[in-house]
Design a protein around this ligand. Structure first.
Ligand code: F6P
Length: 463
């Protein structure tokens, strides 16, 4: 498999040269000169639609980017990812999150764990012994289940989350709760994460008796004394783990049936990713357009704007997924790269975002490529979204709005568990493809360690 530098690919200097001709391009002219643009630059797959017609690119750009993906060996890497080969080279592990949602093709231990989760969730939701469920976890052990619960949770159970080492976070999650009717789910792959362990200890001090654990480090979870311990596997990275027992609190919030639909949606996207040609492949397209904007047009940040209150936590989820995966300055071999990699990802729910930072999106000195997420079932939201995308792209006659600011739109027919599964899997594979192009290992996170070591030292009185 190709682990050389992308700059050695034939298409890399071609793209650099090609990018020069796009510096002054105007989206308004592109649409005026090509009536088919709004149809041509749209791809569909796994029930999602991706409109990238408002990106500063053309058919030749797409061809060159697809050539780059082929030269980087994307099809081979994709097969290796999907078949569970140890592509996380630094940790010598697979990144086999797709096996968590493969239906009957999932490994037996996954199916057994899903079965256990089903039993636990239906008991917790029907028995009413617990009035409150509190997820204690951070990073990948928090952001995914929190997003799912916030987006799709019903009123059957009060499910809360505490992720910070600041006691106020847990305090808020426990407001109005009683120890005897509160279940804590302590989620930590390593079961050593400071924030999570501190919150679990605080929950004990508060008088809690009911603890479940989700962990890969089963020994530590046993020592802690959880009554149920569900597995995490080392072949699943934290930020890719919402599909596993890490999603237990989310499944409590939304019901197991919806959790299964979420898995099924992810699976549909996997099958699309596995089979569609590069120029019709949604995650590949998204990834390549991101590479184009970042490495060739020099855009340093990327905004994600879901026009859906239910998806208000999506930007935070994607921040970990994208920036912990591809926020890297050395390649697979540890050599410093000479090109820009993962951009800063930021964003917020529209329409409130329009009354906040859209000023900068329209008229700031930096250009920020945007992903708009459109839930087609709400006309008012869709109209606002479309207005923003058009204003960014086409600007205004009087020149106050410069236009030619790129964006894409991801369309979901409606917000449900299946579509949320499709959407998260879409971004997961996008991140993977970008890692392949940039020659990064997207599945480790060495950059988070130094801070942990220093904080410990400072706490113990060291300088
Ligand atoms: O410190 C970063 C990190 O390791 C993330 O990658 C992970 O999602 C998070 O911490 C939580 O880790 P754990 O599940 O082991 O508590």
């Amino acid at each position: 498999m190709n682990t050389t530098s992308p700059v050695d690919c034939k298409s890399w200097p071609q793209l650099q040269h090609h990018a020069e001709s796009w510096r002054e391009a105007r989206l308004k002219d592109l649409f005026a000169n090509d009536v088919a643009r709004s149809i041509q630059f749209v791809a569909e797959g796994a029930g999602l639609r991706y409109d990238y017609s408002r990106q500063l690119m053309g058919a030749i750009t797409l061809r060159l980017l697809a050539n780059l993906a082929t030269e980087r060996g994307l099809p081979e890497w994709r097969d290796a990812l999907l078949s569970g080969e140890p592509i996380n080279s630094s940790e010598k592990r697979a990144a086999w999150h797709t096996a968590l949602r493969a239906g009957k093709d999932s490994p037996p231990e996954v199916l057994q764990t899903l079965d256990r989760m089903k039993g636990l969730v239906s008991r917790i939701r029907s028995e009413k012994k617990f009035k409150r469920v509190v997820n204690l976890g951070t990073g990948g052990s928090d952001l995914g289940p929190r997003l799912l619960a916030d987006a799709l949770g019903d009123s059957t159970l009060d499910v809360r989350f505490a992720a910070s080492v600041d006691p106020h976070d847990l305090g808020r999650a426990l407001e109005g709760a009683e120890p005897q009717s509160t279940l804590f789910i302590v989620v930590s792959k390593t079961f050593t994460t400071q924030e999570t362990m501190a919150n679990a200890a605080a929950a004990r001090r508060w008088g809690a008796k009911a603890f479940y654990a989700v962990a890969s480090n089963v020994e530590e979870a046993k020592k802690f004394g959880a009554s149920e311990i569900l597995p995490m596997w080392d072949w699943v990275g934290g930020r890719f783990s919402v599909w596993s027992a890490v999603g237990l609190a989310a499944a409590c919030a939304i019901g197991f049936e919806k959790f299964e639909q979420f898995l099924a949606g992810g699976r549909e996207l996997d099958l699309h990713f596995a089979s569609a040609g590069i120029e019709k492949n949604l995650p590949a397209l998204m990834a390549l357009i991101g590479v184009w904007n970042t490495s060739f047009l020099g855009r340093a940040t990327h905004a994600v704007l879901p026009y859906s209150n239910a998806l208000r936590l999506l930007p935070a989820y994607l921040q970990q997924l994208e920036m912990e995966s591809n926020g890297k300055r050395v390649d697979r071999a540890g050599n410093e790269v000479t090109y820009s990699t993962g951009p800063v990802l930021w964003g917020a729910e529209g329409t409130p975002s329009q009354h906040s930072f859209h000023q900068l999106l329209h008229q700031g000195t930096g250009v920020v490529p945007c992903d708009f997420i459109d839930i087609a079932s709400n006309d008012v939201l869709s109209a606002n979204l479309r207005a923003q995308a058009d204003a960014l792209a086409f600007g205004s006659e009087d020149g106050q709005y410069p236009g030619s600011r790129p964006s894409s739109i991801v369309f979901l027919e409606k917000l449900d568990a299946r579509n949320l599964g499709r959407l998260l899997a879409l971004y997961e594979h996008k991140v993977f493809v970008q890692g392949i192009i940039w020659n990064l290992n997207s599945f480790d996170q060495p950059g988070v360690e130094l801070g942990k070591v220093l904080a410990k030292k400072i706490l113990s009185g060291g300088k």
